[in-house]
Ligand binder design. Sequence first.
Ligand SMILES: [Zn+2]
Length: 184
Amino acid sequence: MIPENHPGLLFDFCPRCGEKTMKFDGLKKTDCAQCGFQFWFNASGAVAALIFNANKELLLTIRKSDPGKGEFDLPGGFIDPDESAEEALVREIKEELNLNITHFRYLQSFPNQYLYKGVVYHTIDMIFFCTADDNSNITPADDVTGYRWMKPSDIDPQSMGLNSMRKVIKWINTELAKEDQNIL
Ligand SMILES: [Zn+2]
């Protein structure tokens, strides 16, 4: 289902010829019937980190801004243009928590819809298992106001601010319950 704030529904006028001739295909692109201008709304890449301490507690952040202001999140964020997912992971964890990631391993991705200032951005949130050089000097900054270590089984998925992150918490607990679990 197309959300009402999908950008394809927000562009009426063509940015090239100025005519009110934009036609949204209902999924991922919009075309100008007058001049042929075309624009695609592909998913934006984002990364999120699973960082555990020695007690097998997961590091959660507290979101500074909407969507999900004041609610839990995983450390991470959007991938910048011309940046790799791995570079974004290292940069975001440093910016948000002053943690230096030393090892990481890609696990799985989760699609999301991220409503920001009246526009829905479709994202693909890529989850990495990460270890940091030192978990003792965490300093929240940037778009994070705090953090908490919690056992995954104690985390209420509904306490996560973003739908994809609710799915991640459920997925972690399903994986950790398997005898041959391999996400840690
Ligand atoms: Zn046009």
